[in-house]
Design a protein. Structure first.
Length: 86
């Protein structure tokens, strides 16, 4: 499996939904809480090419985007291959 980073905040419903989907896939991820550690927000914005909303999801070197994009990959049958490194 690829390394997965997900930038979140505690009260974000989209963050919780994205984490639920990843967990249901058996994917381990590193959660970076930008509310608890605001010094990580500029890093997130830079990695996300200016994206400032949460979640911001990265699978390996791929910037997936947010929750909607993650679920779109699942609907299109592409998420499993991405998680596996393909």
């Amino acid at each position: 499996m690829q390394t997965i980073d997900i930038y979140t905040t505690p009260y974000c419903g989209f963050c919780h939904a994205a984490k639920r989907l990843l967990t249901s896939k058996g994917a381990e991820f590193t959660e970076i809480d930008v509310a608890r550690d605001p010094s990580r927000r500029p890093e997130m914005t830079q990695r996300a090419n200016g994206g400032r909303t949460v979640p911001q999801i990265f699978v390996g070197k791929t910037h997936v985007g947010g929750c909607d994009e993650l679920y779109a990959l699942e609907r299109d049958g592409k998420l499993d291959a991405l998680l596996a490194g393909g």
